[in-house]
Design a protein around this ligand. Structure first.
Ligand SMILES: [Zn+2]
Length: 79
């Protein structure tokens, strides 16, 4: 399963918020839907790294919280 949530980031040029998938922001080159200027993946790299770390932490917390701790941990085995 690939994690590709939609996120909201501000365009560095026009400051409009761009609501796109994580992978969209990771594309080497894209254009802002609002001002049509070129956006490079590097412009979002720092914020995306931070977001991904936050998501990893949240997923780990969810797994720890889940009642699914008594067997192999695979979703398919206890249903
Ligand atoms: Zn823009």
């Amino acid at each position: 399963m690939s994690l590709d949530p939609k996120i909201n980031l501000a365009c560095p040029y026009c400051d409009e918020s761009i609501y796109e998938t994580l992978n969209w922001f990771k594309k080497p080159y894209s254009t802002c839907p609002a001002c049509d200027k070129g956006l490079a993946a590097g412009q979002f790299a720092d914020i995306i790294n931070a977001l991904e770390q936050a998501m990893d932490t949240r997923i780990e917390e969810m797994m720890n919280d889940a009642s699914h701790t008594t067997c192999c941990g695979k979703d398919s085995c206890c249903h």
